[in-house]
Design a protein around this ligand. Sequence first.
Ligand code: BTN
Length: 327
Amino acid sequence: MSKKLEHEDILNLFREHPGDFVSGEEISQKLGVSRTAVWKKIRLLRDLGYSIDAVTSRGYRLAASPDALLIEELRSGLETRIVGRELVFFDETDSTNSRARELGDQGHPDGTVVIADRQTAGKGRLGRTWASPPGVNIYTSVLLRPPILPFDGPQLTFVSAVAVALAIRDVSGLSPRVKWPNDVLLGGKKVAGLLNEMNAETEGVRYIILGIGVNLNMEAAQFPADLRYPATSVALEKGETVSRLAFARTLYRHLDRLYLAYLDRGFAPIISAWEELCDLVGRPVEVDCQSRVIRGTVEGLDSDGALLVRTDDGVQEKIMAGDVRPL
Ligand code: BTN
């Protein structure tokens, strides 16, 4: 009777008997632990937000699980092959990308996921910070080890953009769009940000971190005052809150499916999925590329993730970096 009882053991037992009572005796016998250990664990699970009924002579019943980003809940509902193979949850961390990098350096497998309730130093692009208050949003980083050359690394950014947009669509019924190179918009405002980092040598990629921040249930007052772009959250656009747990599961499912497609068939299926979600294909735009401004019609994505724009005098421009504005 000295076995260490994990949350997961007892939750799995409840899940085998959905809606039914399981006696303390049965739990204790099946898991090889004392009745006292069972009771203590039940108390702990309640503290974590699980609602567990206890009725004398019948035992315990899982009445409801919390919509918190609890690892047990996420694990039990994941229908993925690679993404989420290992799941690491933090109540608080500086940046999930930094944690994922450490796991990458330590050799954790393709598909390892880090997710946090809040970040104290969430990283945005161009050295900016990413607002990461607790209890409302998604902050996650996925460690991938694709067998590709460093040159192709940026292609994975489009995998995360498409996965985020489809997950938002599925849980909210809204129509998010992707904006080149790596934003996801709702109603023209930024709802998610992607920060991908790569560790590579000349012969190949060691790992890629897909850093994903989604403003799910953030309220208007929680956005930083100094934002340089219009931003929103799924809840603000939809008018009601969205389950973080349901969103995270949906996101990992799409990431897994798209990553498998990428490993199997390359960048082509990702390009077509991205182009379908991008309003600007076929439309006139202005691209600010720092040294010059290009005007033309968006033709789509090139095989390296560059934006292809046909200028008014018929030249096809391949844009590696810049700010795109519809005209
Ligand atoms: C952007 O500036 O648009 C990118 C924001 C990326 C934020 C996410 S939140 C999870 C992951 N961890 C970080 O520190 N940043 C990314």
